[in-house]
Design a protein around this ligand. Structure first.
Ligand code: SF4
Ligand code: SF4
Length: 289
């Protein structure tokens, strides 16, 4: 199975639109995964039917038994994250601040502090007209998105052993969810656009991706909005030896397709024509049969 992640240095470059178009144009048997768990929206464009829902427990968090707590305050002074406060002479943990280090359990003389699992999201499997989709939702305030991405990928890799392609919609940026997404991938497709900030973020992303053993491909979305920066991106790609597999023009049909919840490749428009050949370009660059 060849594993490809569509990623971007910043949000709003059209990454999900591109991932969805690739899902629509790939004729190989595929599994789809939405690893942008902080803002998962691939499902909005793929008309999924939910098959399973399972809770996701991230890192353990501390809980204090008020019946055992003597109110000595040792844990309050020990917690480096300021996650414990005194209330009515009993210690209380703020779940939003607890980082799960377990130190309070270690120092409490009464054995009142214990670590517990905390459900902080859900993992779903769905069927779509394009293949099975594994996606997830992280509850607000939960900070274990890298771990959740790992779980999504794990399920996506085993859901259909006969699949030839794993196509992942990755998160924007270069943080923990991105690292978790691209580890183990064969290739990444970086979606960028002609703006100073997008080019800057694209360069940072390339630097991170270079640390991994994977192929890097580039796609310029809305390339005709600023010729000067598009030329800069092309020059940068050439310098870095990165193949540009697509240049998509600005096209209001993209917005209409997103509003309708369909892949842009289902519309008859300049962007649709440009993006419908990207999958073949990717295949050729990666020497896929
Ligand atoms: S260290 Fe234990 S007994 Fe002391 S305040 Fe914290 S939870 Fe309560
Ligand atoms: S587990 Fe660590 S971070 Fe959480 S409350 Fe205890 S000491 Fe603080």
């Amino acid at each position: 199975m060849i594993r490809i992640a569509v990623i971007s240095g910043k949000g709003g470059t059209g990454k999900t639109m591109v991932a969805c178009a690739l899902a629509d144009t790939n004729t190989r048997k595929q599994v789809l995964a939405d690893c942008d768990v902080d803002a998962a929206n691939l499902e909005l464009l793929l008309s999924p039917t939910r098959l399973t829902t399972e809770p996701f427990a991230g890192l353990d968090v501390a809980r204090i038994d008020p019946d055992r707590c003597s109110g000595c305050g040792i844990c309050v002074n020990t917690c480096a994250f300021g996650a414990i406060k005194m209330d009515n002479e009993r210690a209380e943990v703020s779940l939003f601040h607890c980082e799960g280090c377990g130190l309070c359990c270690f120092v409490c003389p009464e054995g009142a502090a214990v670590m517990e699992k905390r459900v902080c999201g859900e993992i779903y499997t769905s069927s779509t007209p394009y293949g099975p989709l594994v996606h997830a939702r992280l509850f607000p305030g939960s900070g274990t998105s890298g771990l959740l991405v790992h779980e999504v990928k794990k399920r996506a890799l085993t859901i259909d052993p006969s699949a030839e392609v794993l196509l992942v919609d990755g998160p924007p940026g270069i943080g923990c969810p991105l690292i978790s997404t691209i580890s183990g991938m064969d290739a990444v497709l970086i979606v960028t656009e002609p703006s100073v900030s997008a080019l800057h973020d694209c360069k940072r992303l390339v630097t991170v991706c270079r640390r991994f053993d994977l192929s890097i491909l580039l796609l310029i979305n809305r390339f005709d909005l600023l010729d000067e920066i598009t030329s800069e991106i092309e020059a940068y790609a050439e310098e870095e030896g990165i193949a540009i597999v697509g240049k998509i023009p600005f096209d209001s049909a993209v917005v209409r397709a997103v509003r309708q919840g369909i892949p842009i490749t289902r519309a008859d428009s300049p962007a649709s024509k440009a993006i419908s050949i990207v999958w073949e370009e990717i295949r050729s660059e990666l020497d896929m049969p």
